[in-house]
Design a protein around this ligand. Sequence first.
Ligand SMILES: Cc1cc2nc3c(=O)[nH]c(=O)nc-3n(C[C@H](O)[C@H](O)[C@H](O)COP(=O)(O)OP(=O)(O)OC[C@H]3O[C@@H](n4cnc5c(N)ncnc54)[C@H](O)[C@@H]3O)c2cc1C
Length: 430
Amino acid sequence: MLFVNDAFSENLILISGAGIAGLALGLTLHQLGIPFKIYEAAKEIKPLGVGINIQPNAVRELFELGITENDLDNIGVKTKEWALLGLNGNEIYSEPRGKYAGYFWPQYSVHRGKLQVLLLQKILERVGRDCIYTGCNILGYQKQISSVKVKIIKRNGEIESADGSVLVGADGLHSRIRAQMYPMQPSVHWGGAIMWRGVSWAKAVRTEASFVGIGTDKKRVILYPISSPCIKSGHALINWIAEVTRDNMEGQDFGDWNKSVDIDSFVNNFEDWRYDWLDIPALLKKADTAYEFPMIDRDPVPTWVDGRVVLIGDAAHVMYPTGSNGASQAVIDARELGSAFLKNGVGELALKCFDNKLCEPVSNLVLRNRNAGPFGILKIIDKRCGGIFDNIEDIMPKSELSDFMARYKAHAGFDIEHLNSSKPIIHRLN
Ligand SMILES: Cc1cc2nc3c(=O)[nH]c(=O)nc-3n(C[C@H](O)[C@H](O)[C@H](O)COP(=O)(O)OP(=O)(O)OC[C@H]3O[C@@H](n4cnc5c(N)ncnc54)[C@H](O)[C@@H]3O)c2cc1C
């Protein structure tokens, strides 16, 4: 239900980008009764991408936005387990996830594009078509005394401008808004890892809803189902990421989520990764398409705010996907920004409060994920035994493993006790 607040009606918010961050913000602003317009560069919003995870902290906020368990069940799977295995398939560490771990909310593994389309549908149902302008690339902004003006180029080449009280740059990895805010920003940071990503129909392993990482620090495969098993075949849609860290960093192009490559060009890296419970080369080869993407992020910046302009989502803090929290943080940003508007009105003070709360801790998370996030365990295992072991207790005791994971979760904002006992960022008003 709408929380209509007339005090906000003059305060139009312009959003650049209809990704997860921009759409979650649109739904939040609608919930608060704050008018907004979303400009999206793509001509059409199509369900692009492969799998992502949504952590319980973000699932709770989606529920508070009126997105139901049923909605999320339709686009993904409730993750039951996070498991890390060594090169020979022996278990390093596993832990339950979501409600199975005691959170009040599930963790979901979903198709990124389906989540984007779900958020879009909710906006269209609740607000109508007039708030989303596709084929509109926001080129930059100009600060006015008490507003901000943006320059937009449409697909037919027409240039337009629009005025708002606030501009939110939710325009992702190659954000133009961030580039204007930081004209001297270093280009994307790459540590040498290449990811090949795809989806294949196959039998899900372990709990049938497990997020599984196998391998070493320099070469690993991650897989998890993003659909329930098909009743007839028993096969589910398995999202996989095959990853190799290279020493030679030349000739890498940075960051097109949709660059497809031939599976034969990389599957040889994993040729002997066959276990009696999983044949990795066979799994990879079953995919229709594979996408290549370097594991990149950007150096954190000291503030996400420039007057009445603010960055959220990947535009603010693109991070390595090692902690599965890029999309979750995008949702949290949208909710925190909404909450700041609710408390401070639509203007510079709200942006400052949002920035003060999130910029530093999330920037630290970017650096933590750059250092492998929860997969940092593999660095330790590699050092101690090269990734091959019979009994993990001889290499890294359970208590050391659990402490490592607990520290990561606390920094990433999904410590169980803290999350369960805290209030949602914005309550749903029924
Ligand atoms: C096509 C695509 C596929 C992806 N696939 C995956 C995946 O498979 N796995 C994964 O972990 N992450 C994927 N991501 C990234 C993931 O969605 C984000 O890390 C996370 O969800 C944060 O979302 P965001 O909204 O901040 O950024 P994004 O999801 O990147 O959304 C940014 C949006 O802004 C739009 N945009 C960019 N520039 C402008 C401009 N100048 N004016 C107007 N609009 C603009 C883009 O078209 C896009 O829709 C993908 C992103 C995209 C765009």
